[in-house]
Design a protein around this ligand. Structure first.
Ligand SMILES: [Zn+2]
Length: 339
């Protein structure tokens, strides 16, 4: 068989193959492989070029190139004939299949705890108040009966913007803003960020969240305060939780107390989290100091009230068993995905 007869023979075989091919890319690609790949039929013919008579070579080369072009063009045309209709290539193959899952976000543990605290106090008639995170010395310290020489005012503990302006060290500045702008009675909680110039460690961070509570009315007593906080503890930690109040000191309340709840990790048998005491400290509270009422123009002979404040990070860490406070600020998706 001369090379010209071989070319004609291959072209006929190719025509049959391409006509009988299935309407999918895989079928066409296997034909392309058979004829056009490096070890395919056409390449095989090219390798015979060296053995044919020199006078025939130009003609044979031309015919071979024409065959290659013909096969390439036929394959492309065949692919186009069903393009967009084959199962593999179609973008809209089956509209009834479920879509690709879209990763859902989750709420940050701080947000979860804040929302829950807000919800518990809202049901008791507390409204939510917000105040500035950058405030003057007066609102953060002076009006709250924190005197000039108090260690909390030290540069070591507080971020100063200027001599008279600070990043608030507690949400208690909201008490003063609220009482200046509203006549009693007052019943608010004030959630928000606060800042302390502390070394970052497993247990402390330079930024954290507090919720402040303030209730001012006539004849408010320590019993009212204990009643509200006991209710809160049962709602938040469960009906079986026990509470205790320990005497404490804060410049803006008198008397002052700290509230502990029974450790719900060990049922008071003693564990790492409660440091084997059986109790977890969760908040500070007390009756509003008459000096604070005087600074906002309330008559302390007429009005009385209580205030409390709690750290949200500590509550979140206790609730979810988080051992490193820094996890709450790092934004690590592997951690956040668990909530
Ligand atoms: Zn414990």
């Amino acid at each position: 068989m001369s090379i010209f007869e071989s070319i004609l023979d291959i072209r006929n075989k190719f025509d049959i193959d391409i006509q009988n091919s299935d309407d999918n890319s895989a079928s066409i690609e296997s034909i392309r492989n058979k004829y056009l790949s490096r070890k395919g039929t056409v390449a095989g013919l090219f390798s015979q070029m060296g053995s044919i008579d020199a006078s025939q070579r130009p003609e044979a080369g031309k015919s071979l190139n024409e065959l290659k072009s013909y096969i390439t063009a036929s394959i492309n045309k065949r692919l186009e004939s069903f393009n967009g209709q084959s199962d593999e290539d179609s973008e809209y193959s089956d509209l009834t299949l479920p879509g690709d899952p879209f990763p859902g976000g989750s709420l940050h543990p701080i947000t979860l705890v804040l929302d829950e605290i807000n919800s518990i106090f809202s049901k008791l008639g507390f409204s939510v108040a917000y105040g500035p995170e950058v405030d003057t010395d007066y609102y953060n310290f002076e009006a709250l009966n924190i005197p000039k020489h108090h260690p909390a005012r030290d540069m070591q503990d507080t971020f100063y913007i200027s001599d008279d302006v600070v990043l608030r060290t507690h949400t208690s500045n909201n008490q003063i803003h609220t009482m200046e702008n509203h006549a009693p009675p007052i019943k608010i909680i004030a959630p928000g960020r606060v800042y302390r110039n502390e070394d970052v460690s497993v247990r402390s961070y330079c930024l954290f969240h507090q919720v402040e509570g303030l209730y001012v009315d006539k004849n408010v007593s320590m019993a009212d305060l204990k009643g509200v906080l006991n209710h809160f503890a049962r709602e938040f930690f469960g009906q079986k939780v026990k509470t205790r109040f320990r005497p404490s000191f804060f410049p803006f309340t008198e008397p002052s107390a700290e509230m502990d709840v029974s450790c719900f990790f060990c049922q008071q048998k003693g564990c790492n989290i409660c440091k084997y005491s059986g109790w977890l400290e969760i908040l500070g509270c007390g009756m509003v100091d008459p000096e604070v009422f005087k600074s906002v123009g309330y008559d302390p002979e007429v009005w009385s009230g209580y205030a409390f404040g709690m750290g949200i990070e500590r509550m979140a860490m206790q609730r979810y068993g988080i051992e490193d406070i820094r996890l709450l600020f790092e934004g690590d998706i592997r951690f956040l995905r668990q909530f």
